[in-house]
Write a protein that binds this ligand. Structure first.
Ligand code: ZN
Length: 301
């Protein structure tokens, strides 16, 4: 089954739920960036969280950026996700591997470490909202929940999971349940949801047991007037980088630097952080770029 995202409400709109299966896109990130097991889990959880958060935004161009800046060996974990179902991301040190934690699970918390989570929400109107919260555990779901409670004042329960086997990612996904601020639901509703999510014992075991997203939501919210929206959204790893954009970025280096590249390397190579695509341009490409820059300079003077 392909990667997908579904939305639902319960309690007459007082509860909003989003669920996603992200197995393929997490595996694509693993292959593109040559990620270790723990790096796959860290990036896969964060990419899934980004998709779940952007799913509640209204405009197709709305995006969410999540950046974990911890003191763990992975370095930065960066994700850019959109309401259009696309997501991309990277970690600074993709080869880092750690022994399993005390629970026998991939030690994502140890790999990310402690520090700050920077979140930027661009609703699509050109005024992004950014906020910074402390990393609570580095396990991602807990940190995002903390961010949502503090910065957005939205009580939320979030479950994220990535299951990696030697042949690749065999299950990944997540579930976000939020209690709307205007809903007349008290704290007990939130703790009820939290306890139910905790009782699920993780998202990936359910997926691996063959349960579908609607079945998982039914188990959690079936007795609270669950309504699943009929449209299923496909989600995928996608980066908007192009050869043209890379050339535009090269222009910023200035003529002198480009001449230097022609002389020393006979061309230039640039790698996109987000998707690891390599773009090359040869001597004549750089010469053309310099000619363009000179024309631009004349035109603007
Ligand atoms: Zn790219």
């Amino acid at each position: 089954m392909g990667d997908r995202l579904i939305r639902a409400t319960a309690a007459d709109g007082g509860i909003r739920a989003v669920g996603a299966i992200t197995t393929r896109l997490t595996d694509e990130a693993r292959v593109r960036h040559h990620l270790s097991y723990v790096a796959t889990a860290a990036l896969g959880r964060t990419m899934t969280a980004g998709l779940l958060l952007s799913a509640n935004m209204k405009r197709a161009e709305a995006r969410v950026n999540l950046r974990f800046q911890g003191d763990g060996p992975l370095g930065t974990v960066m994700v850019d996700a959109g309401c259009d179902g696309t997501v991309r991301g990277y970690v600074s040190h993709p080869a880092v591997e750690l022994p399993p934690n005390a629970k026998g699970k991939l030690d994502v918390g140890g790999a990310i470490g402690r520090g700050y989570l920077y979140a930027v929400r661009d609703l699509g109107y050109g005024y992004p909202y950014s906020s910074t919260t402390e990393i609570v555990s580095g396990e991602v779901a807990e940190d995002i929940t903390h961010y949502l409670a503090n910065s957005e004042q939205t009580p939320s329960a979030l479950s994220l999971g990535v299951f990696v086997e030697p042949e690749g990612v065999t299950a990944a996904g997540g579930l976000l349940i939020q209690v709307m601020p205007q809903a007349n639901l008290d704290d007990s509703a939130v703790s009820l949801l939290e306890s139910r999510i905790a009782a699920m014992q993780g998202f990936t075991p359910l997926l691996r047991s063959g349960k579908s997203l609607p079945e998982i939501l039914q188990d959690l919210l079936g007795d609270l007037g669950l309504e699943i929206f009929p449209d299923v959204q496909m989600v995928r790893f996608h980066c908007g980088c192009t050869h043209d954009r890379m050339l535009r970025a090269l222009k910023l280096l200035g003529e002198e630097e480009l001449r230097d590249m022609i002389e020393k390397d006979g061309g230039a190579e640039a790698v996109c952080h987000f998707c690891n695509s390599v773009y090359r341009t040869d001597e004549s490409g750089l010469e053309q770029l310099i000619a363009q820059m000179q024309q631009d300079a004349v035109a603007s003077s």
